[in-house]
Design a protein around this ligand. Structure first.
Ligand code: ATP
Ligand code: MG
Ligand code: FE
Length: 342
């Protein structure tokens, strides 16, 4: 079965082709980051318009790369949510329009299920069951995963997502959007011993997160340095380092707890923040200690992409799921644990 995957939930237009016999055959991405950077964050209306401009040429590019004609597709999968509603509608309507013209099934899939299963596209994918840490721009969740659609939410952020905290901290440090990679880069030059930021919600049991207080803490630290006339490049790097250490340490502590609580030995880490090198280093050490193993997507599949949508779509389509003809789905808020087995 050959499935075209379409991702348009936020600021990346992603298209890919997954073939059950050949695996991932082609994938293409157009990132709108440069356009939104000017505004310091994603502007929803601009995002929708740009998806409209980019999507059809990207689909053609993927078909060309795969050496396939449109009528050789067996099904189409698109991101139905969660995400920006206007952006989602572009992918949903294109997918439904194409599917109707080609008389093939079409399925709206869950964006976070895409992130969750992105490591399945790697050479040594994890077996079920596993614990998953989803750390992206809009979500921070720990999930116990027993199979496709068998998800138990163990904990999540009660306020900002980890990626969002990185992005907001970047702004305070005068860095461009999206801030995660830039904060990480600046932190490399930072002295880990100069400041210690709090590890929110780690002093009590539980698997929930909170990152909004850390943002305030960072702002206060910057203001104090400014007042004392000490806000030089080194100080900014030291703040970035303290912030990164605090987020990473918090994530590591909660992963350790989740592995202990479930008794599982496999940890999947996915979503944009899973690209963070410091986080990966710390999790490797933690997993080694307890004979566990961590699994990640390759770098460019940590953030949004069409490949993860094509993959999840294929799994569910193969199990017989599809949208009602003509009923496209665009669901801005959609809890992942409401998904069932196909
Ligand atoms: P969601 O998937 O929750 O809807 P999203 O799709 O916007 O949100 P992703 O594309 O998965 O999120 O990830 C983007 C986020 O990852 C941004 O917040 C970005 O700052 C963060 N990020 C990317 N690389 C790194 C890094 N190396 N270190 C820390 N954060 C990073
Ligand atoms: Mg993005
Ligand atoms: Fe995402």
């Amino acid at each position: 079965m050959r499935v075209l995957g379409i991702e348009t939930s936020c600021d990346e237009t992603g298209v890919a082709l997954f073939d059950t016999e050949r695996g991932l055959v082609a994938d293409a991405l157009y990132s709108q980051i440069a356009m939104h950077a000017e505004y310091g964050g994603v502007v929803p209306e601009l995002a929708s318009r740009d998806h409209t401009r980019r999507l059809l040429p990207l689909i053609q590019q993927v078909l060309d790369e795969a050496g396939l004609a449109r009528n050789e597709l067996d099904a189409i999968a698109y991101t139905a949510g969660p995400g920006l509603v206007g952006a989602l509608m572009v992918g949903a309507s294109t997918a439904h329009g194409m599917a109707r013209a080609l008389k093939i099934p079409v399925l709206g899939v869950h964006h976070m299920e895409g992130h969750l299963l992105a490591p399945m596209l790697e050479d040594e994918p994890p077996d079920f069951p596993f614990v998953a840490l989803l750390v992206s721009g809009g979500h921070t969740q720990l999930v116990e995963v027993h199979g496709l659609g068998q998800y138990r939410l163990l904990g999540e952020s009660v306020d900002d997502a980890a990626g969002e905290a990185f992005d907001k901290t970047a702004k305070m440090l005068g860095l461009d959007y999206p801030g995660g990679p830039q904060v990480a880069k600046l932190a490399e030059a930072g002295d880990p011993g100069r400041f210690r930021f709090p590890r929110p919600m780690t002093d009590r049991p539980g698997l929930d997160f909170s990152f909004s207080g850390l943002k305030t803490h960072t702002l206060t630290a910057i203001r104090r340095l400014e007042q004392d006339g000490e806000l030089d490049d080194q100080a900014l790097a030291d703040v970035a380092r303290a912030f990164e250490e605090a987020v990473v340490d918090t994530l590591v502590i909660k992963c350790r707890r989740a592995l202990d609580a479930t008794g599982l030995k496999r940890l999947v880490v996915s979503g944009g923040v899973s690209a963070n090198v410091r986080l990966r280093e710390r999790l490797e050490v933690e997993c080694d200690k307890r004979n566990a193993r961590a699994y990640y997507p390759r770098g460019r599949f940590c953030t949004d992409n069409g490949a993860m949508i094509a993959y999840v779509g294929t799994q569910r389509l193969m199990a017989g799921e599809h949208d009602e003809p003509g009923i496209m789905k665009a669901v801005p808020r959609w809890p992942m644990d409401s998904l069932g087995k196909p």
